[in-house]
Design a protein around this ligand. Structure first.
Ligand code: AMP
Length: 520
């Protein structure tokens, strides 16, 4: 494995491709050379502020150019980026800043109808480690005890800054807080080598090159967005940054910029397809679809349009990809499975006592890989619970593997519903519901039931003009699934609660459903 720093990819581009376009955001377009200059200046300015190797710097920015400047500048100093999703608000932000010991934060003045500075001003007294607040926005909006990003860059002389002495295998590049759909977010400690090796291994099946145009619309503070951006830079290709996902404007961008590669969660692809008729998106040919269950029906529709996106399975703690499907795989593998282990990834499936289960049986997925984090920051107990003495990491995901090594994800350990003693994996029912006419999105949640322990509720987002009721949904499942898997009740939603990365927030959906159901 090439144990190198993340920053070396920028150096390589500056050497071989300085005048190729690197970044596009709205009307702004930057070559690699222009990107390099911004990074030099910011690295110098951060050094002048006293930032040193090992310091933790929170990056709480949307997919903006400033994120990319800061990303390379912070890493060049050997400092550690604490990725904060800009959707996080006071409670989440306070937890991450305190937990990570961040000495500085970069955040917007405004983004998507929210003012960030009053929030950080309220939190500051409780954060003695936090020395610098650096705001990206208009100078006039920035209080005197914060630093204006544009002024900071302007303060530098422009002298190129050398990379700190970094050991890629040991030194941290990121603290990535897990999405925390259960419990408080924990900081996964990711080294330079973790992320470089996973990026290189995981983009290989997409067959991308320097001529590809990558659409980065998943927040770059999440592993999928970051992986997409890095795949582009490793290929000397172009990145189109999008800071807010809305289907129609994004489709316009795909058409205008002739985007070829998109990495996103299934919901993004589903919403794009629902609006795609009016646009020419024929340039789109490859990418990643991951982060949550990929409905087989959605994948069939994408493949029919010759958009050869690949389901992969991975997680924050493993710096992304663990398994992948490939173009040469059959339709079954591509639509029903997450493919095979990527190179360098070892996988075993275990029961509750962590004993390996028989081939074909459902078990918890345990892994070893180049991308596997060092542990959870300052959480020895959580780390000890997730790893065993031999270094296997227990993912909490349930899957099964056939004799060819092909893996199917059946759900999360905590997601499994036990209804009257029968185990139900929501994914199976969700996959079926995606083929039901009129259904745009479907999620199955378990709700308490005094007789059965739990029962199932199908949460449905219907297609805009569909006239579909609960009875039709249940009738559709009857006969196609065992009777105990037919949803006990059905609820319709205009929108689902989402995690900041756009995954369905099942815990919140479950709460919403439980509230509306009368106690029995
Ligand atoms: P995160 O750390 O936010 O990327 O979330 C990782 C989790 O997303 C995994 O542990 C899985 O539960 C889920 N996940 C990722 N990829 C897939 C996939 N292709 N199919 C089903 N679930 C997935």
């Amino acid at each position: 494995m090439p144990f190198t720093t993340i920053g070396s990819v920028l150096a390589a581009n500056l050497e071989t491709n300085p005048d190729r376009e690197a970044l596009v955001y709205g009307d702004a377009r930057l070559t690699y050379r222009q990107l390099g200059k911004h990074v030099d200046r910011l690295a110098e300015a951060l050094t002048n502020l006293g930032i040193r190797k090992g310091d933790k710097i929170a990056l709480d920015l949307p997919n903006w150019l400033e994120f990319v400047f800061a990303y390379f500048a912070i890493l060049r100093l050997g400092a550690v980026i604490v990725l904060v999703n800009p959707r996080y608000r006071e409670i989440e932000l306070a937890h991450i800043l305190r937990d990570s010991d961040a000495v500085a934060i970069l955040l917007p003045t405004h983004f998507d109808d929210f003012d960030y500075l009053p929030m950080i001003q309220r939190l500051r007294p409780g954060l003695p480690e936090l020395r610098h607040v650096i705001a990206v926005g208009e100078q006039k909006d920035i209080p005197t005890d914060a630093i204006c990003f544009a002024d900071l860059i302007a303060s530098a002389s422009g002298k190129p800054q050398r990379e700190a002495n970094i050991d890629p295998a040991q030194d941290l590049a990121f603290l990535m807080y897990t999405s925390g759909t259960t419990g408080k977010p924990k900081g996964a400690m990711i080294t330079h080598a973790n992320f470089v090796s996973t990026t290189l291994i995981a983009y290989e099946p997409f067959q991308v090159s320097r001529d590809d145009v990558f659409l980065v619309l998943v927040p770059v503070t999440h592993i999928i967005g970051l992986f997409c951006m890095n795949s582009a830079f490793f290929n000397h290709a172009k990145v189109i940054l999008v800071d807010l996902f809305k289907a129609e404007p994004v489709l316009q961008i795909i058409e205008r910029e002739k985007v070829t590669a998109q990495y996103a969660v299934p919901t993004v692809f589903a919403l794009e397809l629902a609006n795609a008729d009016k646009y020419d998106i024929s340039s789109l040919r490859t990418g990643l679809i991951a982060g949550a269950t990929v409905p087989a029906e959605l994948l069939h529709r994408l493949i029919a349009l010759n958009i050869q996106v690949h389901p992969q399975y991975g997680m924050t703690e493993t710096s992304g990809g663990l398994t992948t499907t490939r173009v040469e795989d059959g339709l079954f593998e591509r639509t029903q499975t997450v493919g095979r282990a990527m190179s360098g990834v070892q996988i075993k499936l275990v029961d509750d006592e962590r004993r390996v289960v028989a081939e074909g049986q459902v078990g918890e997925i345990a892994v070893k890989s180049y991308g596997l984090m060092k542990g959870y920051y300052k959480q020895p107990e959580a780390t000890a619970a997730a790893f065993d003495a031999e270094g296997w990491f227990y993912t909490g995901d349930l899957g099964c593997r056939d004799e060819r090594g092909v893996i199917r994800i059946v759900g999360r350990k905590k997601d499994m519903i036990i209804r009257g003693g029968y185990n139900i994996y929501p994914r199976e029912i969700e996959d079926l519901l995606f083929t039901c006419p009129g259904v745009l999105e479907a999620a199955i949640v378990g709700v308490p039931d005094s007789v059965l322990g739990e029962k199932t509720c199908a949460c449905i987002r219907a297609q805009p003009d569909a006239h579909i009721g609960a009875a039709e949904i249940q009738d559709f499942c009857r006969g196609k699934l065992a009777d105990y898997k037919v949803p006990d009740c059905v609820q319709f939603f205009d929108a689902f609660p989402q995690t900041p990365t756009g995954k369905i927030y099942k815990a919140r959906l479950r709460e919403a459903v439980a509230k509306t159901l009368a106690p029995n």
